[in-house]
Write a protein that binds this ligand. Structure first.
Ligand code: 26M
Length: 808
């Protein structure tokens, strides 16, 4: 949109007056935030309504992205940017003596996701709107987001994330669009006189699902899509009150039970836990979303046979898998379709993304639990399973064991990934390597049955949030050097390649990095009280804490350098600041021990005069989207060191690359494609190959104790975990030692240790030559355009959803 500074000032003043009955001069920062937020929301509103009408008018196919997490981050900055008025507003505010970034800092970061999966959903929402794809999100409006992390005495403490304490300016509650979702009761097929079977579901509890809509603003294209998040509320007190009737106490506990559905985000992103409440959450937002989609489709006046021509539904990991039987239920029980027709429509509508090959993360629900909570859905799943097994009856070449292994229901469980594969027309992995592993390992038998369903869609990130907003100085340098076409077409970043040897551009890149590092150093000083030198190498690993991501490998290397510094007079190194940020799932004991270890290591290294400030170790608490926006642009070394084959894709790797960090990586996930894009001289690769890892996992033969006994560096490092050399980790040091030696080092930390050390040394040598380093940084920035989620969502649109993009 176009607005003059004068008009904006008038609008802002008016909004302040109507909200708080006061002048801007008399307002607090928080009041300024709310006034500006509501004003921006007004600016959005007009095109929000228009977008919906336009989609309707042209009969556009709509995409609904079903995800149990949407990790959006703050929205004021990105909405201003995407509306195309951020510069105007910033200048106008400056003229009024107000700093826009001070106002932006007031906004709470809604942490409605754990990490990669939830953030990917948010990047896709931004990219779909910005590419003119009619794509909307469907999820849960958690009252409490991911816990806030505090570090006390080196340990993680979790506090509730009450993000809704103050008003949320972006959402619109739509009580008139509420729908009812049914749980519990009994379901069976009742034989009719004509021999037909009618489904019956009685004695259910009804929960009211109330939608809250948030606008998803496209980048300067007048497109506003919708993120619909559902909140669980009590409907009528007579639907589902337990025995005892509607006494006050009964009603109160009933209300609590209902509201608990959308109360809190599960804080675990790597371990499946068969909790009834989690299954409730899954069915809750899926059923509410599907009922709405079906209702909207019917308003078009088209026959249901054309449903999949107008609607695509994407299942983000298996968490929304019950969408498949739920759509079947709606089409049959409510709309009266026959099984075959309903099944054709369902398969044609649904598509599924797999985000992990780790077996402990695969969802499977006990049949009994499903029967208790979702009796009608279980009947439908059983019928899908029966027909799946039946479909092989005539083909002799299918081994019955294969059918059993790929079935949806077996050994007392409903396997959600199997349901997704069988019930969708497309299944994709999130990086080339990951998709290949799915095809040849984890889902091999499905791949043999349905090769045409499998495809790859490498993840991406929105360059608007992760470059334009997070690194405005770099964005300005790009504009000045190569023009601003990269903003619309991120692959134009490659125009920067020509400048990789340009002294002036190199100097600017280095200056901007230093400025970003200095800002981060100030933050570290205030938050952690640690003085770090902005001229030291900033080496960063930020992501969820998990054994396979190997924060431990990083920490053990630091410990190695520390030991060398204090014992070996010959040893020298460039000053380095190691920065960590990571939340551990509250029940993940080992991950929490690693947090303690890193903090204890930092405490000791940072205060040991013999280190002479060559090493600083910083653990930044409460890592999340907002912190990432400050940390990533300040990075020089990006640690992407997962055990090869374990990280499906990774997405922070792409964010670091786009901000000019040099990646230190295993050939895992999307790191492989980053290497392809940027070229071997511009990335530092180490570690085991895919083949080596798979071999060990399949045939055994790895013995970590041998490495401990044969490599004196490993011995020295591990011994210092248990001999009191590092203070205050008596228990943690011992447990970590045992995980590496007694439990044979499941993630090959010791196996990769030597190779990692060598890679770290190469990195240091590269850094000594600033011309080479800056050149590498420029190569990375210019090669990062393909990792824009704009590219990714267009591939989804054409390859899976078959949706068009609307031109402005
Ligand atoms: C499941 C059941 C109960 C509670 C929580 C969950 C759950 C929540 C999130 C499980 C997994 C969740 O996320 C997994 C995830 O974030 N995977 C990451 O997805 C990214 C986007 O594709 C990839 O880049 C990462 O490699 C992958 O680890």
């Amino acid at each position: 949109m176009i607005i003059s500074k004068a008009q904006f000032k008038k609008d802002f003043q008016k909004k302040m007056l109507s909200l708080y009955s006061q002048e801007i001069e008399d307002s607090s920062s928080s009041e300024k935030y709310f006034a500006l937020g509501y004003l921006v929301k007004d600016y959005i509103s007009e095109n929000w309504a228009k977008t919906a009408r336009k989609y309707e008018k042209y009969g556009e196919k709509q995409v609904y992205y079903f995800s149990i997490e949407f990790l959006l981050g703050r929205l004021l900055g990105s909405n201003l940017l995407n509306l195309g008025i951020r510069d105007t507003v910033k200048e106008a505010l400056t003229e009024m003596g107000i700093d826009l970034t001070d106002i932006e800092r007031i906004e709470v970061d809604p942490g409605l996701g754990n990490g990669g999966l939830g953030r990917l959903a948010a990047c896709f929402m931004d990219s779909m709107a910005s590419s003119g794809i009619p794509g909307h999100g469907n999820g849960i409006r958690y009252k409490y987001g991911l816990f806030q992390q505090k570090i006390v005495g080196g340990y993680q403490i979790e506090l509730p994330e009450n993000w809704l304490r103050d008003a949320n300016v972006w959402e619109v509650r739509k009580p008139d669009h509420a729908v009812k979702v049914r749980f519990y009761g009994d379901a069976w097929m009742r034989p009719e006189e004509d021999g037909e079977l009618t489904p019956v579901h009685t004695g259910y509890q009804e929960v009211l699902a109330v939608p809250y809509d948030t606008p998803l603003v496209g980048y300067e294209n007048k497109t506003i899509n919708t993120l619909r998040l559902w909140s669980a509320e009590i409907d009528s007190v007579d639907a589902g009150i337990p025995a005892g009737g509607s006494s006050f106490r009964n009603v109160l506990s009933y209300k609590r039970e209902i509201e608990s559905i959308s109360e809190v985000l599960y804080p675990d992103d790597s371990n499946y836990e068969g909790r009834l409440l989690r299954l409730k959450q899954e069915y809750f937002f899926v059923s509410a979303g599907l009922q709405t989609i079906l209702k909207q489709f019917k308003e078009l006046g088209k026959p249901l046979s054309e449903f999949s021509e107008k609607v695509a539904i994407h299942i983000n990991d298996t968490h929304p898998a019950v969408a498949i039987p739920e759509l079947m239920r709606l089409l049959m029980d409510v709309e009266g379709l026959q099984w075959e027709e309903a099944w054709r429509i369902t398969q044609a509508t649904m598509s599924y993304t797999n985000h992990t090959i780790m077996s402990e993360a695969l969802e499977k629900w006990p049949i009994d639990m499903m029967k208790q909570l979702l009796p009608r859905i279980l009947l439908i799943i059983q019928e899908i399973d029966r027909r799946y097994r039946d479909s092989f009856a005539l083909s002799a070449e299918i081994n019955p064991a294969v059918i059993e292994r790929t079935a949806i229901i077996s050994d007392g469980y409903v396997k959600m990934a199997h349901l997704c594969i069988i019930g969708s027309h497309s299944i994709n992995g999130v990086a080339k390597l990951h998709t290949e592993l799915l095809k040849k390992q984890e889902l091999k038998e499905f791949y043999q049955l349905y090769p045409y369903k499998f495809n790859n869609k490498t993840n991406g990130i929105t360059h608007r949030r992760w470059l334009m907003l997070a690194n405005p100085e770099l964005a300005a340098l790009l504009d000045k050097t190569i023009g601003d076409s990269w903003r619309r077409n991120p692959q134009d970043l490659k125009l920067l390649k020509r400048y990789k040897r340009d002294d002036q551009v190199q100097a600017e890149i280095q200056r901007i990095k230093l400025a970003n590092k200095t800002r981060l150093a100030e933050y570290i000083k205030t938050k952690n009280g640690i003085t770090v030198d902005p001229n030291s190498i900033f080496d960063i690993q930020v992501k969820r804490l998990h054994a396979y991501k190997r924060q431990l490998l990083n920490a053990l290397h630091i410990l190695y350098q520390y030991i060398e510094l204090v014992t070996n007079p010959e040893f020298d190194m460039l000053p380095r600041t190691y920065i960590f940020g990571a939340k551990a799932a509250p029940g993940y004991y080992y991950a929490k021990e690693i947090i303690k270890f890193i903090n204890a290591l930092g405490e000791q290294v940072n205060n040991d005069p013999r280190v002479k400030d060559k090493i600083k170790v910083v653990f930044l608490e409460n890592y999340g989207v907002t912190l990432a926006e400050m940390i990533i642009p300040a990075a020089e070394v990006s640690e992407q060191i997962s055990t090869t084959t374990k990280e499906a894709s990774g997405t922070s790797n792409m964010k670091f690359m786009m901000n000019g960090a040099i990646t230190l990586a295993t050939l895992d996930g999307a790191n492989v494609e980053m290497l392809e894009e940027v070229g071997a001289p511009n990335i530092v690769i180490f570690g085991m190959s895919e083949q080596e890892v798979l071999n060990y996992y399949r045939n055994g033969g790895y013995n970590s104790r041998e490495l401990y006994n044969s490599d004196p560096r490993i011995k020295a490092v591990l011994d210092s975990l248990i001999n009191g050399f590092i203070k205050d980790i008596a228990i943690e040091g011992n447990d970590i030692f045992r995980s590496l030696i007694d439990y044979n080092d499941e993630f090959f930390v010791l196996k990769d240790f030597d190779s990692y050390l060598a890679a770290q040394k190469r990195l240091e040598d590269l850094y000594k030559d600033r011309f080479t380093w800056n050149k590498m940084a420029i190569e990375n920035i210019s090669s990062s355009g393909v990792f824009s989620a704009d590219v990714t969502v267009k591939q989804y649109a054409s390859g899976i959803w078959d949706t068009r993009m609307i031109e402005r």
